[in-house]
Design a protein around this ligand. Structure first.
Ligand code: TYD
Ligand code: MG
Length: 472
């Protein structure tokens, strides 16, 4: 095969040189030179050029034909995150830590498309694997019950890592879906860099995008994630592809959360909830309940919070443990919550609510391996800390939500009625919420909204110090 010319192109200023250097000579940036194939023809012909016509402006009111070319996979939780299904010609990147279930999800997507479970007619799927051998993929497929029948025929697996060859196969077979596991194992013969290097990952993705657009075929890539949570390889990959999904969760537990970090065809707010079972990832029927820890009686340090993930209310359990220590700098350990928020709440509790934790180790955690970043988690977290320090459980049936300010004041959160309705549905009867400014919140049947203006008020209400007896 004739080798194309390759050059090292600075990702910062665009200058190109023949050999790799640590610093770009033209702009002075470090580590920005990436090996890139130089071709005669333009890299990415426009859609109109592919159709053999000049581009014509189209009115916004004109019906969009491309929008209809969406194929639901038939996995409800995934289709929800995708915004309705896989769009023809789009490239989707699925990221996640090793062992989280990326390859499993990929096979289940293959099965959905092969079976036509989403409503579209079933189609062939080409699965290129560089991570595992074909027999390893077959073993997993057998576990998922996909080796026999029409599905077994429709999904074709190839152990191939040369991207040119994968593209050739895809052009020849024209499958309804192309899967590549993983983008870090594929490479182009035209570049010298090893698979997984910035240049190779970028070039491979570009080549796969080209075939996706030209054939109108969706392509799903798997990508590994580094410890700090970013997709390994270049950040540029995230800019190239149309959709970036990530699978999160506690690998030792069963629950998995699917989020869209980027979606050109839908919202990035929606989440999908799965559970890893004996036969792959199962959709969780009642996700609102999934992240609640299982214990009968209320425990000190535990607070249930109705958080919103996109448009979906989830009830999560915030757990805190405080323990006296003689160490000069006590521990602050957070998992699933923002450690900076935790540190701030410890300070606010000490200064504004009489809950001094300077002589205590503090541990905070969300049950179920979930990570929540919304500010509304402040109040439940602060209450969990107070409850643990006082060694008193919350009044039974209580949830709490709200942002805490530096002065110990509480700020309201969006979508309060939606959150409270969900809490009521799951049997909670009392909700500690910030005083809403300007607008009264409509009462939600079944839940008494206890309005608190400050953190100390909220703590009194939560722990039942108000003179009123908690309902038994
Ligand atoms: P895998 O999809 O291989 O993860 P990744 O591709 O992200 O590295 O799956 C990882 C784990 O899931 C593995 O430890 C085994 C487990 N698993 C199940 O529990 N049930 C199943 O049905 C399958 C296929 C895997
Ligand atoms: Mg894998």
């Amino acid at each position: 095969m004739a080798r194309a010319q390759s050059r090292y192109v600075c990702q910062s200023c665009g200058a190109s040189v023949l050999r790799w250097e640590g610093q770009c000579r033209s702009c002075g940036e470090w580590n920005t030179l990436v090996e890139t194939v130089i071709r005669e023809e333009p890299r990415r012909p426009s859609a109109a050029a592919l159709a053999g016509a000049a581009a014509v402006p189209v009115a916004l009111s004109h019906p969009d034909t491309a929008a209809e070319a969406r194929r639901p996979v038939g996995i409800g939780e995934l289709d929800r995150v995708l915004g309705g299904g896989l769009v023809a010609g789009s490239v989707v990147l699925i990221g996640g830590e090793p062992g989280i279930g990326k390859s499993t999800l990929l096979l289940q997507v293959a099965a959905g498309v092969a079976n036509g479970t989403g409503g579209a007619p079933g189609g062939d799927v080409l699965y290129a694997t560089g991570e595992e051998s074909t027999s390893q993929v077959r073993l997993r497929a057998a576990r998922l019950g996909l080796t026999s029948g029409p599905v077994g025929d429709a999904i074709r697996v190839v152990a191939e890592t040369e991207v040119g060859r994968i593209v050739e196969l895809a052009r020849g077979e024209r499958p309804a879906l192309l899967l590549v596991d993983s983008v870090q194992t594929v490479a182009s013969d035209e570049l010298d860099g090893p698979p997984g290097s910035v240049g190779q990952v970028r070039e491979s993705t570009l080549r796969l995008m080209e075939v996706a657009k030209a054939e109108g075929m969706p392509v799903v890539l798997v990508g590994h994630v580094t410890k700090d949570g970013t997709l390994a390889g270049p950040k540029t990959l995230e800019h190239l592809v149309d959709v970036v999904l990530s699978i999160e969760g506690d690998r030792t537990g069963g629950l998995r959360l699917l989020r869209a970090a980027k979606n050109r065809y839908g919202s990035t707010e929606e989440v999908g909830v799965f559970e890893m079972g004996e036969r792959g990832l199962d959709e969780v029927a009642d996700p609102a309940r999934a992240f609640l820890a299982e214990h009968e009686s209320p425990a000190p340090g535990s607070v249930v919070a109705p958080v919103l993930e996109g448009s979906r209310p989830l009830l999560v359990e915030v757990q805190a443990l405080v323990a006296p220590t003689a160490a000069p700098s006590p521990r602050r350990t957070a998992s699933g919550v923002d450690p900076n928020r935790l540190a701030l709440l410890v300070a606010v509790l000490g200064r504004r609510a009489g809950i001094g934790l300077s002589g205590h180790d503090v541990y905070a955690n969300l049950a179920g391996g979930l990570t929540v970043t919304e500010p509304g988690l402040d109040l439940p977290l602060a209450l969990a800390l107070a409850s643990s320090l006082r060694d008193r459980p919350l009044v039974p049936g209580t949830v709490a939500i709200g942002e805490v300010g530096l002065l110990g004041e509480l700020r309201s959160v969006g979508g309060l009625d939606r959150r409270l309705r969900e809490a009521a549905r799951l049997g909670f009867t009392r909700a500690i919420v910030p005083r809403a400014h300007g607008r009264e919140t409509a009462p939600v049947p079944g839940v008494e909204a206890v309005v608190a203006g400050s953190l100390s008020d909220a703590i009194r209400e939560a722990l039942g110090d108000t003179g009123r007896r908690p309902p038994s």
